[in-house]
Design a protein around this ligand. Sequence first.
Ligand code: F1P
Length: 346
Amino acid sequence: KAITDTVAPRIKEEQIVIEELGMSDEEIKSIQKIMIVACGSAYHAGVTSKYIFEGLARIPVEVDVASEFRYRDPILGDGTLVLIISQSGETADSLAALREAKRKGSKVLGIVNVVGSSIAREADNVMYTWAGPEIAVATTKAYSSQLAALYLLAMKFAGVRGKITPELQREMLSDLRKLPKQVEVLLKQQEKVQKFANRYLAAKDIFFIGRGIDYAISMEGSLKLKEISYIHSEAYAAGELKHGTISLIEEGTLVAAVLTQEDLYKKMISNMVEVRTRGAFVLAITNEGNTEVERAADYVLYIPKTNKYFTNSLAIIPLQLFGYYVSVGRGCDVDKPRNLAKSVTV
Ligand code: F1P
């Protein structure tokens, strides 16, 4: 529902219409750089969109966590569009980044869930993610709607800048509209994921690996698990494994490998083999039809086919379910994890 509510009002007669963007086509064409700043899950949505803005719209992108942004004295100006992504719209570091960007003369677009929040009020323009109220501390549906808003924005920019054909745009819009139904199908895997999760209630460390967008998905999967189950977990760019992480793998360590990008299957499979030969138990999250993966995985969860840029919206569901059931199985308070606040305002 969150995805539909974000997407549906912004598609008119097969065109993407983002009225609140407040930018003419000429302004969109003159963007030289996009700077994305956010915290937590919103940051991971931003990292995902980096691949889409660059791959599809061919606009250079930087992404930074808001808590670090000010320390680099960021180089901004009127050619840079700054995106501040925040569910609550009240996160102190994101708000500080917004003010710095405005001070330095950049246009700021807020991607915000809570209507009338500080970030929504202070941004030059706001694109609301109509996810509805978030009850649990760890964000899930707002994350899905942030991704949907970013897909629309990247496609819009790609269209205006002539980087996407009308046929491809139509095809992508059709894939975008299918996501909510596909998420429903994935949610039906609850029991299967719960059974699997129950094996890891006493795990010491759990690792997530991926390349490209799959690395961004891994980061969010790892965050969900650790914030609600208190099990140590890290996400690694799979190519970085050999530079240290591999020494942490022990007999039975769970490694969740995300492979949704077809051109990266081979490289990912070789990383899976590397950790498996060192004793890891490998869970693969991949596209339906990728049976090749079965030779390198101990357990596979499949996601339905979608556009290569939209896979995060689907692959994150089994990972969220996994974190949820590990947390439930360990008797944790899933909705109110210890030490975490819904919005970090100081
Ligand atoms: C950012 C965030 C959330 C996380 C937790 C703490 O908040 O890191 O992603 O789930 O609630 O805050 P926001 O800026 O998106 O409101």
